[in-house]
Design a protein around this ligand. Structure first.
Ligand code: PEP
Length: 248
């Protein structure tokens, strides 16, 4: 992976005027940024943010996609609809969706398939809970989650991005140490290597309380190809600091 990838996950935050202010500030500070970047925004703001990002190197992303292509699925948003707004990335299987919306591994794999079919890069989130880590199950859990996606998507698997997000580190201010992150990233890298000869195309991001202070150290790990950033992506100065750390 030559250029690191930093993606903001705005979650259910923002508003027309707040989005404009945040992106104006980020755009104004992009000067020395050389990494790849994106922001995943709530669906209603895709059109607004598509316009605000036009002509910038920041890619547009969404936070979820339907397992269906079209039809009677009230409230769902299809991959082709996302594509209509120039969406480049879509987060799939975030732990908040697995936890609060009972998304299964099979559904996550089908969402990946829908995104890929429409030329959208799915950012597939995997990660263990604290209970699972304490029980020594981290490796087995992340491998099982990724295996479901590999099984359903076969030779297209080199077109995904993977995000290792330990559930206990998301939004908690508790970050995996660089060594903990690297250890799991190496496991995921080996799994991808066994699945596709084009494994080097797959970026493996770390997510979980990555911030302006700890980004450089995490990003320095050999198998950490970038970051998926929640809270710190809502503050222009912090997001820019992370983008700069990823540009070194
Ligand atoms: C996330 O939601 O993907 C995330 C990593 O959140 P935070 O950075 O706030 O922990």
């Amino acid at each position: 992976m030559s250029h690191k990838l930093i993606v903001g996950n705005w979650k259910m935050n923002g508003g027309l005027s707040a989005n404009q202010t945040l992106l104006d500030e980020i755009k104004a500070g992009l000067g020395a940024v050389r990494c790849r970047a994106g922001v995943c925004v709530p669906h209603p703001y895709l059109a607004q943010v598509q316009l605000l990002l036009a002509g910038t190197p920041i890619a547009l992303g969404a936070q979820d996609v339907s397992i269906h292509a079209s039809g009677a699925y009230t409230g769902e948003v299809s991959a082709s609809m996302l594509r209509d707004f120039g969406v480049r990335y879509c987060i799939v299987g975030h732990s908040e969706r697995r936890q609060y919306h009972r998304e299964t591994e099979v559904e996550v794999a089908l969402k990946v398939k829908q995104a890929l079919a429409c030329g959208i890069t799915p950012i597939v989130c995997v990660g263990e809970t604290l209970v699972q880590r304490d029980a020594g199950e981290t490796e087995a859990v992340v491998k099982r989650q990724l295996a479901a996606v590999i099984h359903e998507n076969g030779h297209c698997i080199s077109e995904i991005v993977v995000a290792y997000e330990p559930v206990w580190a998301i939004g908690t201010g508790r970050t995996a140490t660089p060594e903990q992150a690297q250890a799991v990233h190496a496991v995921l890298r080996a799994q991808l290597k066994a699945a596709t000869p084009h494994h080097e195309r797959v970026a493996i991001l770390y997510g979980g309380s990555m911030n302006a202070a700890n980004a450089a150290e995490l990003l320095a790990q050999p198998d950490v190809d970038g970051g998926l950033i929640g809270g710190a992506a809502l503050k222009a100065a912090d997001f820019l600091t992370i983008l700069r750390a990823a540009s070194r």
